[in-house]
Design a protein around this ligand. Structure first.
Ligand code: NAG
Ligand code: NAG
Ligand code: NAG
Ligand code: NAG
Ligand code: NAG
Ligand code: NAG
Ligand code: NAG
Ligand code: NAG
Length: 359
């Protein structure tokens, strides 16, 4: 019995995309690449996560990123080049020496994954949302979980010294002014090693200001053997500090029947650190539900006159009691300096007398 042409074509179409991805047991081999001009992605075996380029808000620039690929939001959970958007025609290559290399059409490097030891042989988009680069013995030489941006995913563990950085806004992935840090070395502004803090930075410097929220990992007993050693986000969506003595300080509770929920915890662009869940099977209109967040009132926790307040100068910070997210509103008689930045500073509607005369 011969195959008809239609059947043959059907099988070719079926096999082509699969064989292009499924080299080396679902791994991508060194020499593979993705381009902004070809609509092709590296997808995890379950299809839950994808690695590739995302077009930035209708512009001609792209963000190399990882996202939830089965939900309509296609929520970005990791990104490489927030400060250097990639123009159309950019490519990411999996190379032996540097692992992932993102370059623009002129061949200039926009971002590389820093492999400290070893030689890359494979890449894999794991079902956990972790993109891993492996050597020829399948040892990890780089992973996106060790290079977090603003989000952690279940099964992800942060060691002391780890940092999350907010973005500028929901749609602008440049580095923002809020950080979560898991403190390493106790000398840091007198903050104890193993504590978790939220703080602002004075962009463009990276110098942290005093924390606006702190989680004490020793719960006041000053016993270094109980200091935090890992910040864990487990499969059930629980976040806890694992102490040196292997005890846990639970920070946030997910759900113990989690088979049908996705979780993520994100340091939002407005400084609120929020745990979300989302149904895995989607009928189309569900969105992420906040189930826990810190701090309770960021407007009160950051000094109003601080240069790094949530809102700019002459702007009033208000908390939405539902999700504890802040909004900013210009004081009466003032309006936004940059109408596209609702969190920015406000200028007086009428200039002061003498200046008005000058003009
Ligand atoms: C994104 O695009 C929408 C629609 O084109 C526009 O209204 C919005 O201001 C853009 N956002 C940014 C941050 O550029
Ligand atoms: C990336 O891969 C493309 C296509 O395979 C190739 O043309 C290009 O030279 C590679 N660039 C780098 C930096 O390796
Ligand atoms: C990849 O995901 C599986 C579960 O899907 C997990 O058991 C494994 O540890 C992950 N590997 C890495 C390197 O993250
Ligand atoms: C992530 O990687 C970039 C470039 O390789 C590096 O500059 C940055 O410090 C890394 N961030 C973390 C949190 O490891
Ligand atoms: C994102 O924000 C940064 C800092 O404010 C700004 O320089 C950059 O132009 C913005 N990017 C986009 C695409 O709007
Ligand atoms: C510190 O913690 C360890 C382990 O829990 C315990 O054995 C030890 O007695 C504690 N020391 C003090 C001074 O509390
Ligand atoms: C996650 O952590 C919580 C709190 O420690 C625990 O009750 C739960 O069993 C953990 N889930 C998994 C899958 O380990
Ligand atoms: C989602 O859609 C269903 C059916 O169309 C509707 O009943 C439900 O109210 C919607 N939910 C939300 C949050 O919009």
């Amino acid at each position: 019995m011969a195959f008809s042409l239609a059947q043959t074509l059907f099988f070719l179409l079926l096999l082509l995309p699969i064989s292009a991805v499924a080299e080396a047991n679902g791994r991508i081999t060194v020499g593979s690449s993705l381009s902004t001009t070809v609509n092709f992605l590296w997808v995890s075996p379950s299809g839950d996560f994808a690695f590739g380029f995302r077009q930035l808000n209708g512009s001609d620039f792209f963000l190399l990123s990882i996202w939830y690929n089965k939900i309509p939001d296609r929520t970005v959970v990791w990104h490489a080049n927030g400060d250097k958007p990639a123009p159309r025609g950019s490519k990411v290559n999996l190379t032996a020496v540097h692992g992932l290399v993102l370059s623009n059409p002129q061949g200039d490097e926009l971002w590389i994954s820093q492999i400290l030891t070893g030689v890359a042989a494979y890449g894999a988009m794991n079902d956990t949302g972790n993109f891993v680069v492996e050597d020829s013995n399948f040892n990890n030489v780089w992973e996106s979980f060790q290079n977090s941006t603003d989000t952690m995913l279940p099964t992800q563990i942060m060691e002391r010294g780890g940092v999350l950085s907010s973005r500028q806004s929901e749609t602008n992935f440049s580095k923002g002014k809020f950080q979560l840090r898991f403190i390493k070395g106790g000398n840091d502004q007198g903050i104890q090693q193993g504590n978790v803090v939220l703080n602002t930075i004075n962009l463009p410097t990276v110098e942290p200001n005093g924390p606006y929220y702190e989680i004490d990992s020793t719960v006041g007993d000053c016993n270094t053997s109980s200091a935090g050693k890992q910040l864990v986000f487990n499969e059930s969506g629980y976040i806890y500090i694992l102490q040196e003595n292997d005890e846990r300080i639970t920070i946030a509770q997910g759900s113990l029947s989690t088979g049908n929920l996705y979780f993520r915890v994100t340091l939002n662009f407005d400084g609120i650190f929020t745990l979300y869940s989302h149904p895995k099977t989607s009928t189309g209109n569900e969105s992420w539900t906040p189930i826990w967040s810190i701090p309770d009132n960021i407007c009160e926790d950051i000094p109003v006159d601080s240069m790094t307040g949530v809102c700019g100068y002459n702007s009033v910070c208000k908390i939405n009691p539902q999700d504890k997210r802040p909004t900013c509103e210009c004081s009466t008689g003032y309006s936004l300096l940059d109408p596209n930045d609702p969190y920015g500073s406000c200028k007086p509607d009428f200039m002061q007398g003498c200046k008005e005369d000058e003009n």
